[in-house]
Design a protein around this ligand. Structure first.
Ligand code: 5GP
Ligand code: ZN
Length: 121
C-alpha cells in the first residue's frame, strides 16, 4: 500500500462485521468487481439510477465523509482518480460523481462510497 494514501488512522476500522460493503469487499457476498486495487474496489450498483451506475468503495471501513480526517485525503482523492479511470475505460463522455453524506442526504450504506452515474450513450 502506498504510504501517501495510508488509512492507518484512528477513525477507521479495517472491517465491520455488520457492514454490507465490508462483506462485499471480503467476498462474503458475491459481487462482480469492475475494478480492484489495494485501496478500493468498484462494482455496479444493485439498483442503478442511471444507465451506468458504479460504486467506488474504499477497502477500509469509514462510515461517512463526515468521519474522514486529513490523513484520509489521499485515499479520498484516489477514489476520484479511480472514477476518472473507469470513465475512460467505459468511454463515458460525461458522468456525475456523488457522495451522499448522512441520512438526510440519502445515505443508506454507512461505508463511504463514491457514486459514478452516467446516461452517456
Ligand atoms: P447511498 O444511498 O448510501 O449513498 O448509496 C448506497 C447504494 O448502494 C444504493 O444506490 C444502493 O442501491 C446500493 N446498494 C445497497 N446494497 C447493495 C448491494 O448489496 N450490492 C450492490 N451492488 N449495491 C448495493
Ligand atoms: Zn464497511
Amino acid at each position: 500500500m502506498r504510504e501517501s494514501a495510508s488509512v492507518a488512522s484512528a477513525n477507521i476500522n479495517k472491517t465491520m462485521s455488520d457492514c454490507i460493503f465490508c462483506k462485499i469487499i471480503a467476498k462474503q457476498i458475491p459481487s462482480e468487481f469492475i475494478y480492484e486495487d489495494d485501496l478500493c474496489v468498484a462494482f455496479k450498483d444493485i439498483n442503478p439510477k442511471a444507465k451506468y451506475h458504479f460504486l467506488i468503495v474504499p477497502k477500509a471501513h469509514i462510515p461517512a465523509v463526515s468521519d474522514i480526517e486529513e490523513s484520509n485525503s489521499a485515499l479520498m482523492g484516489h477514489l476520484i482518480f479511480v472514477a476518472k479511470k473507469l470513465g475512460l475505460e467505459k468511454n463515458l463522455a460525461h458522468y456525475k460523481l456523488q457522495f451522499n453524506v448522512g441520512r438526510g442526504a440519502g445515505q443508506e450504506v454507512f461505508h463511504i462510497h463514491l457514486h459514478l452515474m452516467s446516461d452517456a450513450t
